[in-house]
Design a protein around this ligand. Structure first.
Ligand SMILES: Cc1cc2nc3c(=O)[nH]c(=O)nc-3n(C[C@H](O)[C@H](O)[C@H](O)COP(=O)(O)OP(=O)(O)OC[C@H]3O[C@@H](n4cnc5c(N)ncnc54)[C@H](O)[C@@H]3O)c2cc1C
Length: 86
């Protein structure tokens, strides 16, 4: 093994955490392999809220403009109890 060899990172799960880690390792030039047990991608069928603290990471991996172009701004949220009372 030469000193240039880097170990391959094994990532279990191709959801948000696994894919984000894969994107960061790709950018860093670190070898990796992602393993996912699901054989199909299920329709999301929902919205995902993204807080401002995550946006610098999107810039870092080069998807910030894409996220903004498909996203909608959210100006407020309402939280409900199980009884549907605010
Ligand atoms: C209803 C709901 C709404 C949510 N809404 C939001 C939101 O609006 N904004 C937000 O920031 N967060 C939201 N979250 C939280 C967010 O979904 C989780 O924090 C996030 O999905 C965690 O990502 P993860 O990659 O750590 O794990 P997971 O998303 O749980 O992914 C784990 C992956 O690993 C795979 N896996 C598991 N075991 C194995 C194995 N043995 N071998 C191979 N693959 C395996 C699974 O199939 C899966 O794909 C929501 C969660 C829920 C349930």
């Amino acid at each position: 093994m030469s000193t240039d060899d880097k170990p391959t990172m094994l990532i279990v799960g191709a959801s948000l955490g696994g894919l984000m880690l894969g994107a960061l390792l790709e950018k860093s030039g670190v070898p990796y392999a992602i393993f996912e047990r699901a054989t199909t991608v299920k329709p999301l069928g929902s919205a995902m809220s993204v807080g401002p603290t995550l946006l610098p990471t999107f810039q870092q991996i080069g998807i910030y403009d894409n996220i903004l172009s498909i996203g909608k701004y959210m100006s407020f949220t309402e939280t409900y109890k199980e009884t549907l009372e605010p």
